[in-house]
Design a protein around this ligand. Structure first.
Ligand SMILES: [Zn+2]
Ligand SMILES: [Zn+2]
Length: 147
């Protein structure tokens, strides 16, 4: 992980007048290090050893603050387990059918889709989301071991 990204993120918080508590710092650092788009629960479990007094609600509250200043994106999938992404540049996701992990990949942004959708439907398009599904390398290994 680049220390630079963490420093930049902390600068953004300072500029937005957000107080940087040790927990908030830890949540941010964990997200920047994580490549799998963790849920609030996973973040809580990873940090509870370090902050025994922290609750899941605190994690949610910190994620909300980070989202409000634009450092974190929330990915909702129609269930209760939102996942959090601190890569706020344009990118796409591939999702594992087995373990639910979400990995970033880059592909030229499909701007034509947005303009076509706008023309065809008359909508004022805000953004789009593209997801590719499959089985991740870890889960493929587990599947081979079972045979
Ligand atoms: Zn998997
Ligand atoms: Zn992502």
């Amino acid at each position: 992980m680049s220390e630079k990204r963490l420093r930049q993120a902390i600068d953004t918080l300072k500029e937005s007048g957000v107080r940087i508590t040790p927990q908030r710092h830890a949540v941010l650092e964990y997200l920047l290090n994580s490549m799998v788009h963790p849920t609030a629960d996973e973040i809580y479990k990873a940090l509870e050893g370090k902050f025994p007094n922290m609750s899941v609600a605190t994690v949610y509250n910190n994620l909300r603050v980070l989202r409000e200043v634009g450092l974190v994106r929330e990915l909702t999938y129609g269930d209760s387990s939102s996942r959090f992404d601190c890569n706020t540049s344009d990118h796409y996701h591939i999702i594992c059918n087995e373990c639910g992990k979400i990995v970033d990949f880059h592909y030229p942004s499909l701007d034509e889709v947005e303009s076509l959708a706008e023309q065809v439907t008359g909508f004022d398009v805000s953004h789009h989301r593209l997801e590719v599904y499959g089985t991740c390398e870890d889960c493929q290994k587990v599947a081979t071991q079972k045979h």
